[in-house]
Ligand binder design. Structure first.
Ligand code: FMN
Length: 250
């Protein structure tokens, strides 16, 4: 992923300086979903800064539906790990012919990460209608924006993060004594890492590949190629494979 040409900053007075823009594109490109952590703790000021970054996310109707729960009880962490392991086994069975592969994948670092957070949607969401009348799931999208902010800020701070969704939301809500309507959407493993993966781990493991962007951008109607983007993507993709390797999702 490359930053735009620095001459564009001259043309647009609202643009950030070249080095700042490069940093933004770099952090986006080098963010990884991490499953391997060192066990040293995340410093409290840094954690709060990351949560502030999350809390600056856009949200439908300015709803701010995100709630963050810090997991510090070792027994709770252990229970979460055991639950995720069971869920991975169930997921493997649901993946049919790729079950053995899913069993082998490392899909969480719950035990190792210095910090464990749960992100949940608030209770009482039905009271928020602005922007959600036809699309009630916009609260989920808003909370996902907050998680992405946290993820990118963590990468800039040199901390790794892994989003774990291997859990039964009702089970987790009960464990954390959430009120009726409170709905967990993520277990976040956050912490120091030895090194960041160069590529998505699921790519390295042969699960799937990044699709060429031009295959995903349409113009005016579904499936119609978007010409300038297609040309750029072809140039950038170079030796990118035509077909993704996997059919499943994680
Ligand atoms: C909503 C969401 C849920 C995810 N759940 C898991 C998970 O349970 N376990 C896991 O290993 N990765 C999970 N991931 C991470 C993806 O596997 C990862 O983002 C993808 O493979 C691309 O890798 P990258 O994030 O390093 O670019 C999740 C990602 C998202 C956005």
């Amino acid at each position: 992923m490359t930053a735009p040409d620095s001459s564009q900053a001259v043309q647009n007075p609202n643009a950030f300086a070249s080095a700042e823009r490069e940093a933004v594109y770099r952090v986006i490109g080098e963010r990884r979903d991490m499953r391997h952590f060192r066990s040293d703790p995340v410093d409290g000021d840094t954690l709060w800064r990351l949560l502030e970054a999350a809390h600056r996310a856009p949200s439908v109707g300015y709803m701010q539906p995100w709630r963050f729960l810090r997991v510090t009880d070792p027994a709770l962490r252990e229970a979460l790990h055991a639950h995720a392991a069971e869920e991975q086994a169930r997921t493997a069975e649901a993946c049919g012919e790729r079950a053995a592969e899913v069993h082998r994948l490392k899909l969480e670092g719950i035990r190792e990460a210095g910090e464990l957070l749960v992100v949940a949607l608030t209770d009482g969401r039905e009271r928020y209608v602005l922007g959600r009348r036809t699309l009630p799931e916009m609260d989920l999208c808003s909370a996902a924006c907050a998680i992405q902010n946290l993820w990118l800020a963590a990468r800039a701070e040199g901390l790794g993060m892994g989003w774990v969704s291997l859990f039964d939301p009702d089970w987790l809500a009960r464990q954390l004594e959430m009120p009726e309507g409170g709905y967990p959407i993520a277990v976040l493993c956050l912490g120091h890492v030895e090194r960041f993966y160069d590529r998505p781990m699921l790519e390295t493991a042969g699960w799937d590949r990044r699709r060429p962007l031009a295959d995903l951008v349409f113009q005016d109607r579904w499936g119609a190629p978007c010409e300038p983007a297609a040309a750029e993507d072809a140039a950038e993709a170079g030796s990118a494979p035509d077909e993704p390797a996997g059919s499943g999702k994680a």
